[in-house]
Every structure is written in C-alpha cells, then in structure tokens.
Design a protein around this ligand. Structure first.
Ligand code: AMP
Length: 279
C-alpha cells in the first residue's frame, strides 16, 4: 500500500508504522526512468521505500527555472504506484519553510559547494544540503539513494552525512541514459528538436576523453581540444577532470580515480553529465 502524505505529522506517523530497514529517494518529481531506477535500487536495499517529491525553491537562484520546472504530481504518483513504495511525501513550500526561505536555518558544506556547479549557481548546494538535512530528519532513513548523474551533489550529501553524524548509508546509483546516450533529466524536455539532436554530443565527448585518458593519452590541451570541437550551440560552463573522491583539482592527471564533469547550456537548457575514469 502506497501512502501519499503531504504533512509533517502524517509523514511522521506513517514512518513510525514502518518496521525494518527504510530506504529514501528524494526527488523533485517529473519522474523518469532514472528516478525509477533509484526506487528499484532502494527496494533492493531495504524493507520499505520512502520517496519525496518537492521542487525545492531554496536551491534555485533568481533567474533560474524554478517557475517553469515541470510539476507532474498525478503522473508521478501513477508511475510510483507500480513500484514497492510505502510512503510518498509531497510537502509544499509553506510546510518546509514556514518562516520564509530567507529566514530559514541553512546547512552549509563549505568548500565543495563553491566548486563546479556552485560557481554559477550560488544557492544550489546550500539549498540542497538544507532540504536534504530536513528530509533526513523527517524520514529517518537507514539508506539514502542518490543518482551519480548529480555527482557533486552526491559528494555534498556524503559530506553532510559524515559531518552531521547521520546514521545513513549513501548509495549512488548509475546514470540512466536515453538510447543515444543523453543522460535522462527532467530538464531535457526544455530542449527544442534541433537542440535535442545535438545534446548527445555532450556524452559522446565525455566518452572520447575517457577513452584517451584510459589509454594513457593525457596531454595538457586534451580538454580544451574537445571543448573546441563541440557544436557552437553549446555554451560550456565547465569541463573538468577532478579527483573522484574529493573533487579536488589534480596535480598529475592519470593517477587514482578521477571524474570528468561537464556542465553546459544548450539554448535555455542547462545540461550536466559526468564519467568516472579509473586509471
Ligand atoms: P531530481 O528530481 O532531478 O532532483 O533527481 C532526483 C534524484 O534522481 C537525484 O539523486 C538524481 O541524481 C537522480 N537522477 C536524476 N536523473 C538521473 C539519471 N538520468 N540517472 C540516474 N539518476 C538520476
């Protein structure tokens, strides 16, 4: 039985009624096969799965896509009902931020939040860290499942679990892609037909760089060469090779586990993707 609750009191009481291990999958809704793979993985890890659906205003900066972010709750619930989900929590903003967004206590994960996506999206990781902390407090999960699609987010959550002493196991789920390689994302639907046709070249580029790195062909201009070869329609925010574990910049690429991360805009759509490179 899937219980859909939208209040903190109802969530707490449904949560208390669950026995055994609980796995949690936080989402912003507009579910696709990527989200559903997380739900499946969660079900394998625990006796009960709790999913949250909340477009978190705190993680958007002015001028970003908060207002147009797709909200498809009825469809999302219909999709989830085919999975072994015990609770779906669908709060609204007034409930999670009753004193207003600005007045809310913030959880800050200092250095990680300023890197990569944090450079152009100043509120992003603070907003995520804050809402994830609240959701962890409310859901009290034993396991939390996040997607590798949002690699930096995964490391931010890992750090906050450690620093705030949450007794939660973090599971990172592999990226689910369209047949042509484009990482699934709720934002893909913003793409025009011609942008959609170009979008897979982002992952193709990451794979090509990954191949060169794995063959030991690192050179100083490697990333720049590929960046320049992208179709003109892409506006690159970043394309960087970092330590897979810490996200630190690398003194000597080619050693240890690395992650190649990219963010770019195509028209008005921001796309992110990454691949792990094992040396
Ligand atoms: P979102 O609704 O975009 O906040 O995503 C909710 C969760 O689903 C996050 O942990 C994401 O990393 C994960 N996710 C989103 N897209 C994908 C994908 N294509 N493959 C795997 N996980 C994903």
């Amino acid at each position: 039985m899937m219980n859909v609750v939208d209040s903190i009191n109802a969530l707490r009481s449904e949560r208390r009624a669950l026995s055994g291990r609980v796995a949690f999958v936080p989402t912003m809704g507009n579910l696709h096969a990527g989200h559903l793979s997380l739900v499946e993985l969660a079900a394998q890890q625990a006796d009960h799965v709790v999913v949250s659906i909340f477009v978190n205003p705190l993680q958007f900066s002015p001028g970003e896509d908060l207002d147009r972010y797709p909200r498809t709750l009825a469809r999302d619930l219909a999709m989830l009902s085919a999975y072994p989900v015990s609770i779906v929590y669908t709060p609204d903003e007034a409930q999670l931020y009753p004193n207003g967004r600005e007045a809310h206590t913030q959880v800050v994960v200092p250095w990680l939040s300023t890197q990569l996506c944090g450079r152009t999206r100043p509120n992003f990781f603070g907003g995520i860290a804050t809402v994830v902390t609240k959701l962890f407090q409310l859901v009290q999960p034993d396991v939390a499942v996040f997607g590798q699609k949002d690699y930096q987010q995964g490391l931010v959550v890992k750090r906050l679990i450690e620093d705030l002493c949450f007794d939660i196991e973090l599971v990172m789920a592999p990226i689910v892609r369209e047949q042509d390689g484009l990482a699934m994302s709720s934002r893909n639907q913003y793409l025009t037909a011609s942008e959609r046709a170009l979008a897979p070249s982002l992952y193709a580029m990451l794979q090509a760089i990954q191949r060169e790195l794995q063959e030991g062909l690192y050179r100083e201009t490697l990333l720049q060469d590929y960046r320049q070869a992208l179709p003109d329609a892409f506006v690159v925010d970043y394309l960087e090779l970092r330590s897979a574990e810490t996200l630190q910049t690398l003194e000597s690429p080619g050693q240890g586990d690395q992650v190649l991360l990219a963010a770019m805009t195509l028209g008005s759509t921001r796309l992110i993707d990454n691949v792990v490179v094992t040396a």
